[in-house]
Write a protein that binds this ligand. Structure first.
Ligand SMILES: Nc1ncnc2c1ncn2[C@@H]1O[C@H](COP(=O)(O)OP(=O)(O)OP(=O)(O)O)[C@@H](O)[C@H]1O
Ligand SMILES: [Mg+2]
Length: 451
């Protein structure tokens, strides 16, 4: 059941509206002002907001702006005073789905609500909410990323080694950190070491440390990362780059859980949890003799594979919105959102650099932006081209991930409604567009209560 939030300071109006909408089969919540509305919306179960323009304190326009910044897909209908066309223009410019003028005609309101709900369903991410911020900072709502998050929750309690795989920029380090934060080790160190960034002959020292006087420059005893991560988590990033010689030493530590500092005689125990990550296909590296098979199996006790961004395009609007907020705040800019064309370009680009690339492009867009929205021109040429190329491409399966799982009748309802709207509710034209007779169209309109 769709859930409508009614925002109005007058008790009577709240009551009349909610009684009417409930009778029509909608669930209704009511609040009195901006603050209460923000609170309610952040809880995440609202499908549409119906707000009065005039509220005590911050106005309905402020609320609209907040919503479009935080949850661009949550539709908002604004009730404006009769005859104040300026207000209406203002709210539409700020991304309202539509507006109603006072005194509100209940039928018109209901029709608008129904239409908006259907319309927004086509582009809407199901319930983007602030709650996602608690998912260890991993933004995303796609089934693919949800699976990653639930794996993180499940595996965090054990000490089993984890191998995180995924293309560059997919969030491997973020997920490693999430496993640590979700575990009981969270108050102990999370120590990362990038195997690709450290020369082969220094990596042993980096991992296991050394005793004083072992080599020139070893003026004092130094602990290695394995020792520092005791009882915490040791993150071995880009493990695929580790030399075979070092792989053997690491394997020994994984088997025995003990090690010696370079030049040391004391056997030291470290109870760290190992999380390794790679963007290489380690199985292939094993086949090619570049990676030890025994070490691979030791590390690969639990594998978390992070899907590429192009496999979860549904997450792009959310991620883009998240980075937009972040960089707008950092740059002290007020940016309301992303213009639909720019958003479409973002959604259809292939993202070889995954989330890191998206992050960089949004940052650049924020810096370049001269308006209060990111527009196509604020994006790099390769993205603008993606958008332009797209215009004459036929639709493909997979273009609308949000449609999968939607009942066929709902799809039909949307198609009928879209055709009617495009033809200004001229039934003859809409029927032609849909390839059916006008009578068939009327039957469908009745069925879907569009008359
Ligand atoms: N789901 C996500 N939600 C929010 N931020 C994300 C998400 N995934 C990745 N990021 C951000 O994108 C950037 C790249 O992520 P990260 O460094 O974890 O990727 P990586 O897989 O380790 O990349 P590489 O292979 O290049 O080292 C980071 O700034 C990270 O915070
Ligand atoms: Mg990384």
């Amino acid at each position: 059941m769709h859930r409508i939030l009614v925002v109005d300071d007058e008790r009577n109006i709240r009551k009349v509206l909610s009684t009417y909408l409930q009778k029509e089969g909608l669930a209704v919540e009511t609040v009195r002002n901006y603050e209460e509305a923000v609170h309610k919306i952040s809880e995440g179960s609202i499908d549409l907001v119906l707000t009065d323009m005039r509220l005590p304190g911050l106005s309905g326009l402020h609320l609209l702006q907040w919503i479009k910044r935080k949850q661009p897909y949550l539709p908002v209908l604004v009730i404006t005073a009769y005859g104040s066309i300026d207000n209406a223009v203002e709210v539409m410019k700020n991304g309202a789905s539509s507006y109603l003028t006072k005194p509100v005609d209940m039928d018109e309101m209901l029709t608008l609500i129904r239409h908006t709900l259907v319309k927004e369903q086509v582009v809407k991410n199901p319930h983007p909410t602030d709650e996602i911020l608690d998912r260890f900072g991993i933004i995303g709502r796609s089934p693919a990323i949800n699976k990653v998050i639930s794996t993180v929750q499940i595996v965090s309690s054990s000490r089993a080694n984890i191998l995180i795989t995924g293309e560059s920029g997919t969030g491997k380090e973020l997920v490693a950190g999430a496993v640590h934060s979700a575990s009981s080790r969270r108050s102990l160190p999370f120590i990362a070491i990038n195997c690709a960034a450290i020369p082969a002959d220094l990596i042993e020292n980096e991992l296991f440390g050394h005793e004083k006087g072992t080599f020139t420059g070893a003026v004092s005893r130094e602990k290695g990362k394995v020792e520092m991560a005791d009882n915490g988590t040791l993150f071995l990033d880009e493990i695929g780059e580790m030399s075979i010689a070092m792989q053997i030493k690491l394997l020994r530590f994984l088997q025995e859980r003990t090690f010696y500092r370079i030049g040391g005689r004391e056997q030291i125990v470290s109870n760290c949890r190992i999380i390794a990550a790679t963007n290489r296909d380690l199985e292939k590296e094993v086949e090619n003799g570049n990676f030890r098979e025994d070490l691979f199996y030791r590390l690969n006790v639990i594998q978390i594979h992070i899907p590429t961004l192009r496999e979860r395009k549904e997450d792009i609007p959310l991620l883009a919105g998240h980075f937009l907020d972040k960089y707008a705040a950092e740059n002290k800019k007020f940016i309301r959102g992303i213009d639909p064309q720019a958003l479409e370009a973002l959604i259809h680009y292939a993202w070889p650099g995954n989330i890191r690339e998206l992050q960089n492009i949004i940052e650049r867009g924020v810096v370049l932006s001269r308006l209060d929205t990111i527009v196509l021109d604020d994006l790099p040429k390769k993205l603008r081209n993606t958008y332009l190329d797209r215009a004459d491409q036929p639709l493909e399966e997979g273009d609308f991930p949000e449609l999968s799982g939607m009942p066929l009748a709902e799809l039909e309802r949307i198609a009928v409604l879209k055709a009617l709207k495009a033809e200004n509710w001229n039934q003859t034209h809409a029927a032609k567009k849909l390839g059916i007779t006008r009578r068939q169209l009327r039957t469908k309109m009745e069925k879907y209560q569009l008359l």
